[in-house]
Design a protein. Structure first.
Length: 344
């Protein structure tokens, strides 16, 4: 029995050494660093957000840290499309193929406004940069409905709150109106802290009747929830109801819908950021039914998942921005978008 035991030990010794080496690699070097030392981020080269896909299959997405908008063509080649983005975060296309962008105010000073780019001429139009005479905090995410109304969120996740001109972190609607027989727009604040802690991702249903808003507040006790609101013809919201609660882990960031009405939500984190969030929600794309049932999660091998968008002629390719990387996932359901229309 002893001989057999020794033989097993000899045969397994390389594995034992490997296990021991792996264990040593996970241990801090005693006496050379503090016993509780952790690696901290010293600088960020790229922080990707806000993907939007055009009819040619080009993916436009923001690099907030780099203060630019990048373009990835159908072959996967990436170029700088707009070198000074005003700290753009979220992007989406309207029904005419114009790019709507949220110029934010985080990871450096930004222009704090909503702009529209005519993709044929390159002309840029400022849609709104102030509400009641005060500059926005940091426009974050945006969606457009079939009536041409633009919905956007305006939280602030930075640390310098002294620069803010308004206390409200709200949700707004830019609606087309006719003034003196000419086309104009009217901006309305539709949500405040009475209904939501800190609005982030936003999406509207294909019938324009339901607006979904991600409430993502990383502070202790902050909401990590998805809310649904009924939308009236005058853009007022009512019948607030909870769709999904992410609990104490990092909640949702960006969000898109598929043609079945399911919510595709980028959420979770793998490295703890502060006292307000746990690691309960691993990073990935969480697919949630309109009734609030978690249908599953697509893992993404990055720490921080930010946003997503459907592309290709059938809109069955999901592009996901995460940290420094853009991921691509093939789906069997078409995503919802005003532009481009689904190929027949």
């Amino acid at each position: 029995m002893l001989r057999r035991a020794l033989l097993v030990c000899v045969l397994c010794s390389p594995l034992c050494l490997m296990a021991g080496n792996a264990q040593q690699k996970d241990q801090l070097p005693p006496g050379l660093v503090a016993p509780d030392v952790v690696a901290e981020t010293a600088g960020t080269v790229a922080f990707l957000e806000g993907p939007a896909v055009d009819a040619a299959g080009n993916v436009f997405f923001s690099d907030i840290a780099g203060n630019r908008i990048l373009k990835m063509d159908a072959k996967g080649d990436i170029t700088v499309w707009r070198p000074d983005s005003g700290r753009t975060n979220g992007n989406c296309f309207d029904a005419k193929g114009n790019l709507i962008s949220c110029e934010g105010n985080e990871q450096g000073p930004g222009r704090r406004r909503i702009v529209r780019t005519d993709m044929k001429t390159g002309e840029l139009t400022i849609l709104t940069e102030k509400f009641d005479g005060k500059r926005y905090n940091s426009p974050n995410d945006v969606c457009v409905d079939t009536k041409g109304r633009i919905w956007f969120t305006d939280p602030y996740y930075g640390t310098n709150r002294n620069q803010l001109e308004m206390e409200v972190e709200g949700v707004y609607c830019i609606a087309p109106v006719i003034v003196d027989k000419e086309e104009a727009t009217k901006v309305t604040r539709v949500l405040t802290q009475k209904q939501i802690h800190r609005p982030n991702g936003i999406a509207i249903s294909p019938d324009d009747k339901t607006l979904y808003v991600i409430d993502s507040h990383p502070a202790p006790g902050g909401n990590r929830k998805i809310w649904a609101f009924d939308v009236a013809d005058d853009a007022t919201l009512f019948n607030q109801r909870l769709v999904y609660d992410f609990g104490k882990g990092r909640g949702g960031d960006g969000m898109k819908l598929d043609m079945n009405g399911n919510l595709w939500v980028t959420a979770g984190i793998s490295v703890k950021r502060g006292p307000g969030e746990t690691l309960d929600n691993p990073p990935g794309v969480y697919v949630i039914s309109p009734q609030g049932k978690l249908l599953g999660r697509i893992p993404i091998p990055e720490n921080l998942i930010t946003n997503c968008a459907f592309g290709d002629p059938q809109r069955k390719t999901l592009y996901v921005t995460a940290g420094k990387t853009v991921y691509r996932i093939q789906t069997t359901v078409s995503g919802y978008a005003l532009y481009p229309p689904l190929a027949k």
